[in-house]
Design a protein around this ligand. Structure first.
Ligand code: ZN
Length: 352
């Protein structure tokens, strides 16, 4: 059985008007999340048994072990204080806005009382954007490292220049000068150990990796890559612009810098920079998506498959995540992520 073809207006809303009519109440939202989480019917997260019924409090009761589970239990929406309708509106704005939004503009748009609530909602959404086990980049891939973040001198009343984070960037290049997907991650340093780890995490072996002549990139052939090293000196010698050796990564680097200064006014804390990078990469890799409603669907799909994110984890965890990502299967994906989807439009009767 193949994956169902997702259709606008059937599986996800086509427009803001449709969004509003589908998700007028918390019960509507819950119904949709139910379909996203268990497209082929309830599966008990405790014992894995398929089958159960809805009891008086709205939760499912497993017909095998008798355990009770709510649709949102163990997901990003677990124990939320904010109504689901507000959550859905935040997701819609997050997914359909081309450049995303700051916590301040979300707070204003949703008339949420407190800034920390809006801030935490956006951070929770960002934390679901990295899909475990996602495919690595293939084909021709430019790789380089650059510094990102920090305040410009003289901004905001002469505040001291913030620290910048050394960041690895990898971008698929397509002929003649196009770009495919990108990946980005903080690096501890520009040593061969860090750079090799970055490349193996994000680029599929067999790909051609294009870098400058920095010695940290030596040894990529031994890791299973074709290595195209471009020397600035050689470029200068043949009269080419040495700054244009890696045009794709340089364009992506300037796009994320502009995005941090624009949408987020440059006010991104160092500790949270990796999650902003995740958001940027998510948006960049979907920049050609014809339907923003489909992006909304993808965000919710990731959120319902994601473990709860505690507020204190958002606030306390001050270190950029430089450790390798947790292998797939350890981050709370219910098996529904791996199952083919059955054709079960979440609302079969009233699509108006
Ligand atoms: Zn059970």
């Amino acid at each position: 059985m193949g994956a169902v073809q997702l259709r606008a207006g059937v599986h996800y809303p086509r427009s803001a008007g449709e969004f509003q009519s589908w998700f007028a109440t918390d019960a509507d939202c819950l119904d949709y999340l139910d379909w996203l989480r268990w497209p082929e019917g309830f599966i008990c997260p405790r014992c894995g048994h398929a089958g159960g019924w809805v009891v008086a409090d709205g939760r499912y009761k497993c017909s095998s072990c008798g355990g009770r589970t709510s649709v949102t239990a163990g997901t990003l929406f677990d124990r939320r204080r904010t109504p689901l309708t507000v959550w859905f509106t935040a997701c819609w704005m997050f997914a359909t806005g081309k450049d995303g939004m700051s916590a301040l503009s979300l707070q204003r748009a949703l008339e949420i009382g407190s800034y920390p609530t809006a801030w935490a909602m956006l951070h929770r959404l960002r934390s679901v954007l990295v899909r475990p086990g996602r495919e690595r980049l293939t084909g021709m891939v430019e790789v380089d490292e650059t510094f990102i973040g920090g305040e410009e001198a003289g901004l905001r009343g002469g505040r001291a220049r913030g620290k910048k984070v050394l960041t690895g960037i990898a971008v698929e290049v397509t002929q003649p000068r196009g770009m495919g997907r990108c990946r980005m991650a903080p690096l501890t340093d520009a040593s061969a150990k860090s750079l090799h780890a970055f490349v193996t995490d994000h680029v599929e072996p067999g790909a051609t990796v294009i870098t400058d002549a920095w010695q940290g990139y030596r040894g990529l052939e031994e890791l299973g890559y074709l290595h195209d090293r471009r020397s600035q000196r050689a470029a200068r010698a043949c009269g080419e612009d040495p700054g244009e050796l890696l045009p794709a990564v340089h364009r992506v680097a300037s796009l994320i810098k502009r995005w941090l200064l624009g949408t987020h006014q440059g006010s991104v804390e160092l500790a949270h920079l990796p999650s902003y990078m995740n958001e940027f990469v998510f948006r960049f890799n979907r920049r050609r998506s014809r339907s923003r409603g489909l992006v909304f669907y993808r965000v919710l799909e990731l959120a319902i498959a994601h473990d709860p994110v505690r507020y204190r984890d958002l606030v306390v965890d001050p270190q950029p995540k430089t450790t390798p990502p947790t292998p797939p299967g350890k981050r709370g994906n219910p098996p529904s992520m791996d199952r083919p989807r059955a054709a079960r439009p979440w609302r079969t009767t009233d699509l108006g």
